[in-house]
Design a protein around this ligand. Sequence first.
Ligand code: 5RP
Length: 218
Amino acid sequence: MTQDEMKKRAAWAALDFVPRHTIVGVGTGSTVNHFIDALASIKHEIKGAVSSSVQSTEKMLALGIQVFDLNDVDSFSVYVDGADEINSQKHMIKGGGAALTREKIVAAVAEKFVCIVDSSKQVDVLGKFPLPVEVIPMARNYVARELTILGGRPVWRESVVTDNGNIILDVHGLAITDPLALEQQINQITGVVANGLFAARAADVVLVGAATGTLVLQ
Ligand code: 5RP
């Protein structure tokens, strides 16, 4: 079974966690693209979605799923999104698709975060995947120097401008033994918009697609 087939397996399993006749929070990425396909199959049974990126919004609209502005939605039950790495405490690194800030905002409003991953995303210690940090463009070099002081090796993802008009620094070389502390520390750097550590808002349920089936961790 390929990695993409495992992603698809986890994504379709997430339909079991979608309450009908409500609004669903939708993340970003290749795993979520499978989830959007799955969601389209029940589009007449949901009110619609709130989206974490232009990419996901465009795909949902193309499939006939109504997309609401988050400002018009006070609350919703479930947010479904992928991750680049996830540990046993359900802390994650996200932002490989540069959508981390909007993902964090939508996840903050949701009552439950359902994370969908293939089994390659499970790790003991976060940090092998470079940690994405969204930064105000004029602060790029200042923030990079501060991230170096924290022990990382920031690399500017030059080809990318986020949906919010900002840049991404990918921080290599971190062994993240205290994700909550590092998430807060990086947020304190002036010029940082958000970082890809999801520890303060960890996942509630993890669906791991594997060759043997889908593992449900709650
Ligand atoms: C996008 C993300 C994605 O959830 C993460 O990069 C996983 O992507 P994929 O499902 O393509 O492996 O955080 O910003």
